[in-house]
Design a protein around this ligand. Structure first.
Ligand code: HEC
Ligand code: HEC
Length: 202
């Protein structure tokens, strides 16, 4: 009996997920793909990649955009009117897509970023990014994946955190980003944009 219940339970979960995926796909097609790509790949470097981004982090950001807690003219408009179940479905959809990465040409400069990411800068009091964002920048359910993200977006967010322009929960990231120099920001952004998925620890 238990086995049958379990099988039915799994079947139920399966259909819910399939329905969620369909719901998400139709919203993406209608409202998101122009900037973020059909699967969150965001082929234009000015928009963040969502593919492989972590589930709870996506839910939080979309709710924050919807409720105006995270300010962005475009995204406040896009998220307006999204219902909680639509946000869940979108997060499920994008987090299930494979993350991508970039090929890095300037390896020396990326090495500066790698050092900061793994060790921080003890002379200016910057902690290692990996202590929160993970050894390979994969993040956790609640913390954003940085690996493979477009470098322009990463640099812009670090500047926004530093200037308190990114308004949702920025206490931690504000303290860190406000101490980063321009060179450190660019080096970090370059390094994380090229972290490869194969090296992800799971
Ligand atoms: C016209 C372009 C455009 C469209 C369409 C668009 N977005 Fe965005 N999106 C952006 C920009 C620009 C940002 C970065 C905002 C910022 O700087 O804070 C962003 C950021 C995001 C983020 C935060 C990513 C992160 O790493 O924190 C999520 C999640 C997101 N968008 C989801 C969506 C969803 C879901 C849709 C469709 C309902 C959508 N977007 C439609 C331009 C767009
Ligand atoms: C003590 C933990 C902690 C450390 C250390 C940390 N971060 Fe973060 N970071 C966070 C949290 C939490 C968020 C998500 C904020 C939110 O929910 O909006 C974040 C968000 C970000 C984002 C936004 C990502 C996106 O998709 O929009 C970037 C970029 C970032 N961090 C880069 C860094 C870098 C680079 C370092 C190292 C110099 C670093 N972080 C160190 C906790 C940390």
């Amino acid at each position: 009996m238990k086995k049958i219940m379990l099988a039915l339970g799994l079947l139920y979960l399966g259909t819910v997920n399939a329905a969620d995926m369909e719901l998400a796909k139709s919203i993406v097609k209608e409202k998101c793909h122009l900037c973020h790509g059909k699967e969150g790949e965001a082929s234009s470097a000015v928009y963040p990649r969502l593919a492989g981004q972590n589930h709870s982090y996506l839910v939080k950001q979309l709710k924050n955009f919807r409720d105006g807690k995270r300010k962005s003219d475009i995204m406040n408009e896009m998220a307006k009117g999204l219902k909680d179940d639509q946000i869940e479905a979108l997060a499920e959809y994008f987090s299930s897509k494979p993350a991508l990465t970039h090929r890095i040409r300037d390896k020396d400069f990326a090495a500066v970023g790698e050092y900061l990411f793994k060790k921080g800068n003890r002379y200016s009091g910057i902690p290692a990014c990996k202590s929160c964002h993970g050894e390979f920048g994969q993040g956790s359910d609640e913390l954003p994946r940085l690996a493979g993200q477009h470098k322009r977006y990463i640099a812009d967010q670090l500047l926004a955190f530093g200037a308190r322009a990114r308004t949702n929960d920025n206490a931690i990231m504000h303290t860190i980003a406000s101490k980063l120099t321009e060179m450190e920001i660019e080096a970090l952004a370059l390094y994380v944009s090229g972290i490869k998925e194969e090296t992800k620890e799971e």
